[in-house]
Design a protein around this ligand. Structure first.
Ligand SMILES: Cc1cc2nc3c(=O)[nH]c(=O)nc-3n(C[C@H](O)[C@H](O)[C@H](O)COP(=O)(O)OP(=O)(O)OC[C@H]3O[C@@H](n4cnc5c(N)ncnc54)[C@H](O)[C@@H]3O)c2cc1C
Length: 430
């Protein structure tokens, strides 16, 4: 097979929240950048119906700016994004149009001079003296060898780090259990006012976990009435009853809907797939199929039992399984649970996180939620301790599984991406 050869300063693998800002940041700071993406569009999980969580801390103060804010502002100019709305459960909620986001993502990359290669993935790595000399990419029968001085792995699962033999961990300490993935989908013709009036009459329906007590006090019908653009997590009482009667087609105990900017539409974060490792294609295949079948049954259950969902219908099933957790790589620093619980902000901090600890149980139980103060993410967490010119961005940086449950939110991943991009450019430009 013929191999094409290309040379760059910086190659970024993956165009999601970790990769997009890294590519844009590196290019704006003078590096010749290639962004490699396996899909036919950019954005990763920014395109699967999710809200942007955690621009603000639990006191409502801003913690994330940079490209995360720049992208929100570009969407706002097109009337496609809300303000950062304080949320007593999720720090803050920012809702936006995911389709418009795809357009903005291309525009921002092109403006910054980033070269983009879609439908392409790395398949091999040439190592020399502890560095990546080149990466072999493959797409549609083409083999492309790219050399670069710095490679940034922003593939979520750390596929480039894996191919390079860099060390990584997976899952919760002691158990190794991974948070479960979800197939996101969108429903039309939902009357959420009716759902909110239902929980107003029975506040126990608002409980969504056992680990914090603020849920019923502040995260209540009044909050949803005052904030029509919201993320709803609740109906645990109903879901547990349905589960006990064998009428719930999914192993989870809450319903999560995310209001869309389109009236009557909600994005659903509701399927769950246990025992899945999202960095394994056999597991991915099982979860994708299971997810589609679960959605069909779930919609029947929602129509039957959840007020406001009686006449709903599916308008979209998102093309990529939402994978919460897989590989976390060894960096020259590691961010630990102790450090973030103490709100430490080390000297070499390049991004702040403040989103709650939010661990979905990979064994089918509930969700562990803890509110925390802002903490610093050190630059060393982005730099591989094994391979000289390899950096990480997004959810695969060097941190333990508890930290990952907080730092994984997309605004924080974008802040990490800003730092990775600027750091890589500084490393390769005079
Ligand atoms: C179900 C679910 C719900 C969530 N809810 C929220 C929420 O409400 N709010 C929030 O802010 N965050 C949420 N998160 C977390 C957040 O979406 C992720 O942690 C975040 O998107 C991680 O960013 P990333 O760039 O590391 O990975 P991704 O978003 O996965 O982006 C990785 C990119 O790399 C590409 N890629 C992957 N492998 C390769 C390869 N081998 N070659 C080339 N390209 C590749 C992918 O196509 C993708 O574009 C949720 C996550 C899940 C799964």
């Amino acid at each position: 097979m013929k191999t094409l050869k290309q040379t760059y300063d910086v190659v970024v693998i993956g165009g999601g929240p970790g990769g997009l800002p890294a590519a844009i940041g590196a290019s704006r700071n003078g590096a010749k950048v290639l962004l490699v993406e396996k899909n036919g569009f950019l954005g990763g999980n920014l395109t699967i119906g999710l809200p942007l969580l955690g621009y603000l801390d639990m006191d409502g103060k801003p913690v994330t700016a940079g490209s995360a804010q720049e992208l929100a502002d570009a969407l706002k100019e097109r009337n496609a994004c809300t303000e950062h709305i304080f949320c007593p459960n999720h720090n803050s909620v920012t809702l936006y149009d995911h389709e418009i986001f795809k357009i903005v993502a291309f525009e921002k990359c092109l403006e910054a001079g980033v070269e983009i290669l879609l439908h392409t993935q790395p398949i091999d790595v040439n190592l020399e003296n502890g560095r990546i000399k080149s990466v072999i990419l493959f797409g549609k029968g083409y083999r492309i060898e790219v050399e670069a001085r710095v490679f940034i792995d922003a593939s979520g699962d750390g596929d480039l780090g894996f191919l390079s033999g860099a060390r990584f961990s997976k899952g919760q300490k002691d158990t190794g259990v991974l948070q479960p993935p979800t197939v996101m989908f969108t429903l039309g013709n939902v009357d959420t006012d009716k759902t909110i009036e239902f929980v107003a009459k029975d506040p126990e329906q608002m409980r969504f976990c056992d680990t914090i007590d603020t849920d019923i006090n502040k995260y209540n019908a009044e909050y949803f009435r005052n904030n029509p653009y919201h993320v709803f997590v609740g109906l645990r009482k109903m879901f547990l009853e349905l589960k006990a009667r064998g009428e719930l087609p999914v192993d989870r105990d809450t319903l999560i809907y995310i209001k869309s900017l389109i009236p009557g539409e909600v994005h659903m974060n509701c399927t769950r797939h246990l025992g899945i490792d999202g960095s394994n294609v056999f597991d991915l295949t099982r979860a994708e199929i299971e997810g589609h079948l679960q959605i069909s049954e779930l919609v029947e259950t929602l129509r039957k039992y959840v007020p406001g969902f009686e006449n709903c219908y599916i308008t979209n099933i998102y093309p990529n399984l939402g994978v919460r957790e897989t590989r976390r790589f060894e960096g020259i620093k590691q961010l630990t649970e102790d450090s973030i619980m103490n709100g430490e902000v080390p000297d070499d901090t390049v991004a702040l996180g403040a989103y709650i600890i939010d661990i979905h149980d990979g064994l089918g139980g509930g969700t562990i939620v803890k509110h925390i103060k802002p903490y610093g993410i050190p630059y060393g967490c982005l730099v591989s301790s094994d391979i000289d010119n390899l950096m990480f961005s997004g959810r695969c940086i060097s941190m333990d599984a508890v930290v990952m449950s907080s730092a994984r939110v997309m605004p924080t991943c974008m802040a990490i991406g800003d730092a990775a991009g600027v750091g890589a450019a500084l490393a390769v430009t005079p």
